[in-house]
Design a protein around this ligand. Structure first.
Ligand code: AFP
Length: 333
């Protein structure tokens, strides 16, 4: 078989090819929607790469719905995604980490089938110090069993109903990973031609990996079982390494490729953890499972959780299946 990585095999070709194989009667609307995401993330990548030259580093003097300081690049990324997807014709609702309320593009009727949920620039407190950041997205379909006006009911669907999810990490290169429930595929942005080119198809997450990733500064606030796991991971017998970037996208990307586990457990101050279910945990959990990994909040599979609020938070333990099980066995005995 020809090694397609050596060819100009782009994400657009990949999406269309997969659609032809798995959904031969599809109209192509979904590919059109995904191409809006690739366009937006290319624009964001360009802003990120030139941020230090264009006075777009730093805070924008506002606080978002999460109570976090909004960075100038957060606003640019949010507006870019809204602009690139809002006019695709098939998007009804968009939900952003940056906005208190969902943005209604059009009634969920006729061609308007999709709901796009996203974190435009995850890890944005890392922007000014040139550390990797990313965009995360999740795509759902409208429900056919309820009235189109029941906006929140259309949005608050469990993660297993996602039709696609992915992220783009703006790291040493710009890399996109996506799934439509048919494995995880990875592409690298070739800046010389402005296209995401295939770098890895059907990515598999190693079943084990001796790396744990957690903000250990909160250790004393974690449940006892998590503290016990951390003590064990530091023993000579376990022989683990710690890696923590503080951008979920970058920490997850490493875990996906190298194996290991990422943890954002409940703390005394934040009993529901910090990460958002709909546009952080759900898309990453979909990708993890599609690559052979696992994702849980400590009790429930992330993808089974039924959301009750737009910006709901959840604890998250995600990564290699064997490592997630190991954390749970320490946590719950
Ligand atoms: P920011 O977007 O405010 O930088 O938060 C990033 C994030 O949501 C996620 O990407 C990280 O995994 C997590 O927060 C880091 O949180 P701590 O700073 O509490 O470790």
């Amino acid at each position: 078989m020809v090694d397609r990585r050596n060819k100009l095999f782009t994400v657009q070709q990949h999406i269309i090819e997969r659609q032809r194989v798995h959904h031969p009667y599809a109209s192509g609307e979904f590919s059109w929607l995904l191409s809006g995401i690739t366009l937006a993330t290319k624009v964001i990548s360009d802003h990120v790469r030139r941020a230090g030259l264009c006075d777009i580093l730093g805070a924008a003097d506002s606080i978002n719905v999460q109570g976090e300081e909004v960075q100038k690049l957060d606003i640019i990324a949010n507006e870019t995604i809204m602009a690139c997807l809002g006019y695709r014709g098939n998007v009804g609702i968009m939900v952003s980490e940056e906005d208190d309320e969902p943005t209604i593009i059009q009634e969920l009727e006729g061609a308007a089938k999709y709901i796009v949920l996203f974190d435009p620039l995850d890890g944005s407190s890392n922007i000014d110090v040139n550390v990797s950041i990313g965009t995360i997205f999740s795509i759902q379909q409208r429900r056919e069993d309820i009235d189109s006006g029941k906006v929140m009911d259309h949005i608050l669907q469990p993660g297993y109903k996602q039709v696609a999810a992915g992220y783009v990490v703006y790291g040493s290169s710009t890399v996109m990973a996506y799934t439509t429930g048919d494995g995880v595929h990875m592409f690298t942005l070739d800046p010389s031609i402005g296209a995401f080119r295939l770098s890895q198809e059907s990515v598999r997450m190693p079943t084990d990996g001796k790396t744990y990733s957690v903000n250990e500064a909160y250790r004393a606030q974690f449940p006892d079982g998590i503290q016990e796991y951390l003590d064990w991971a530091k023993t000579d017998e376990a022989g683990y390494s710690l890696r923590y970037i503080g951008s979920l996208v970058a920490d997850f990307h490493r875990t996906l490729l190298r194996g290991g586990v990422f943890l954002y457990p409940p703390t005394k101050k934040t009993p529901n953890g910090k990460l958002r279910l709909l546009y952080e945990a759900n898309p990453m959990a979909f990708l993890a499972e599609q690559a052979g990994g696992a994702a849980t909040d400590g009790t429930h599979r992330i993808l089974d959780k039924v959301p009750t609020a737009l910006h709901e938070r959840t604890p998250l333990i995600i990564g290699s299946r064997g490592e997630v099980d190991r954390v749970l066995s320490h946590w719950h005995g």
